[in-house]
Design a protein around this ligand. Structure first.
Ligand code: BGC
Length: 270
């Protein structure tokens, strides 16, 4: 790991959906860059506690907090816990996300609402609570030149339509406009809001897309870089966006996708 343990020194972070996959990697990288990290989880208490234990074993600061980010009362309770424990918050990583896939005509309202609830409403609720604290506290120049940073984990599917995943793609398209609108509104207060749009990254959400040689070969047809991404590819971008090294970056989406959004089907066609 090449980050300085001082890059995010004394900063306080919350990562939602941090008990596995991309969220876990981001939480671990933030901690190794010096931030205290709240590990939000929905149901994997044991895994969240293991991440906390590992961070503490490396002299870091961490705590695990259970909350369903789609529920306003649970999000408010989670932020109270973060503020009680850490005193304030500097970095929010809106990572929690789910997929409930089906053919469009078979998509139930429950599956639509569940995905929009976690992926979009959850990011709204957490961003709002974080922004309130950023505005209350303002800039602390010895900590960061920003009053706060929000990083929304989106997807290449904020721009690539995805048959069979209409709820998911709609939630990610929504994140893009939400992120940019919040960024426009809060930039004068020195709050930065950006997204990372991962492509195909090896995590529990998409195991079937890469866990056999046949599936992986098919997936690689969509990736000009010819490799499936790792969680570290995303975590490194998140640390940069959380740090003052990206101070002039606001309202932008960074695609970390090995070129998936380059329309590889056109390489020898069209
Ligand atoms: C989805 C994955 C998918 C990837 C590329 C991500 O947002 O969660 O399941 O493999 O996009 O299609």
């Amino acid at each position: 790991m090449s980050y300085s343990p001082y890059l995010l020194k004394d900063q306080k972070a919350l990562v939602t959906g941090a008990s596995s996959g991309i969220g876990e990697a981001i939480a671990r990288y933030l901690a190794s860059s010096g931030a205290a990290v709240a590990i939000n989880y929905h149901s994997e208490a044991e895994s969240a506690q293991k991440i906390v234990d590992d961070i503490q074993a490396n002299n870091g600061e961490a705590l695990a907090i259970q909350a369903d980010v789609s529920k306003e009362d649970q999000v408010k309770a989670m932020f109270s816990q973060v503020l009680n424990q850490f005193g304030t918050i500097d970095i929010l990583v809106n990572n929690a996300g789910i997929q409930k896939d089906s053919a469009f005509v078979d998509m139930t309202l429950d599956h639509w609402n569940a995905v929009i609830g976690v992926n979009l409403t959850g990011q709204f609720l957490c961003a709002r609570e974080a922004a309130k604290e950023f505005l209350r506290r303002g800039v602390q120049p010895h900590i960061s030149c920003a009053a706060g940073k929000i990083i929304c984990i989106s997807s290449v599917h904020e721009v690539i339509p995805w048959a069979g995943h209409v709820n998911y793609a709609a939630s990610k398209g929504g994140i893009n406009m939400m992120m940019q609108s919040i960024a426009q509104e809060l930039a004068p207060h020195k709050i930065r809001v950006n997204s990372i749009a991962p492509g195909a990254i090896k995590t529990p959400i998409n195991t079937s897309a890469w866990d056999t040689p046949e599936a992986e070969a098919k997936l690689l047809q969509l990736i000009p870089a010819k490799r499936v991404g790792n969680v570290a590819d995303i975590a490194k971008a998140a640390v940069w966006l959380a740090s003052d090294d990206s101070d002039y970056v606001n309202g932008t989406t960074i695609f970390v996708d090995g070129g998936m959004t380059l329309y590889p089907g056109f390489t020898e066609n069209g």
